[in-house]
Design a protein around this ligand. Structure first.
Ligand code: G3P
Ligand code: CA
Length: 246
């Protein structure tokens, strides 16, 4: 089973922060890091899960309605009186690029299924290309048309098709990519495995989970990874990868 850090090490640190990503790059055997991008009013790509800043920062409003300078004035509480800012994707790449050059993968989820961010696909592809990180990057989105756009712009890009059921990921893949279904992976919810392993025939299936993020205390519950593997899951996005890797 390949283990990814979902929004960084987001169980014991605030999600999608440089702190959470710093902890992730320390882990031996980590397959990759997952993060989410949204875009500011003036086109800066920032790493934040929600369309709004309310849940994770001291601000109120939609990311799209703030300029980057305004977003940069918001604070994320990191515990013990410490705080940090919403990182840009460039800042995250600065932090993790050496580990990516050494093989770590990055899954960039474009959070564009609720808000249309004009030109986001081109912008992120350009940035990754400028840094020579194409082979280490997987793009995902719940908005499959956006992944189609990514593939049109860069026919070699790796994409992860997000949905709840693995069958829906599968049918979207067939419908959208057809014969171009190379370097595509299925990204279902872990409880959405409604195809068996044989039907999935060796495809990469990266499962995601919900809930249980910082500052909740870890429960100590451990997933039975071998059972998930038997269902055809090849990779898992975990909030607490450090509980499985050291
Ligand atoms: O990419 C898998 C997972 O991150 C999708 O759900 O809400 O955590 O972004 P969410
Ligand atoms: Ca995500």
């Amino acid at each position: 089973m390949k283990i990814w850090a979902h929004r960084g090490c987001s169980q014991n640190n605030p999600e999608n922060t440089l702190t959470a990503f710093s902890k992730a790059i320390e882990l031996h055997g980590l397959a990759g890091i997952e993060l989410d991008i949204q875009m500011s009013k003036d086109g800066e790509m920032v790493v934040i899960h929600d369309e709004r800043v309310d849940r994770t920062t001291d601000g109120i409003g939609y990311v799209k309605d703030f300029t980057y300078a305004q977003l940069n004035k918001l604070w994320i509480e990191t515990g013990n009186g410490q705080k940090e800012k919403i990182p840009t994707i460039k800042e995250v790449l600065d932090l993790i690029q050496d580990r990516m050059n050494a093989g770590l993968l990055l899954n960039i989820e474009l959070k564009n299924s609720m808000i249309f961010y004009n030109g986001m696909e081109e912008k992120i592809l350009d940035l990754i290309s400028q840094r020579g990180l194409q082979d280490q990057t997987v793009y995902s989105s719940f908005y499959t048309k956006s992944l189609e756009r990514i593939r049109e712009e860069d026919s070699r890009s790796s994409v992860g098709i997000l949905d709840t059921k693995v069958s829906d990921c599968f049918y979207k893949e067939k419908g959208c990519f057809g014969k171009n279904a190379v370097r595509t992976a299925l990204h279902p919810f872990w409880r959405g495995m409604d195809f068996n392993r044989e039907r999935l025939c060796g495809q990469t299936v990266r499962a995601w989970f919900t809930g249980h993020l910082y500052p909740e205390k870890p429960t100590g519950t451990r997933l039975d990874l071998s059972r998930l593997e038997q269902q055809g899951i090849t990779d898992v996005f975990l909030n607490e990868p450090e509980a499985y890797l050291f």
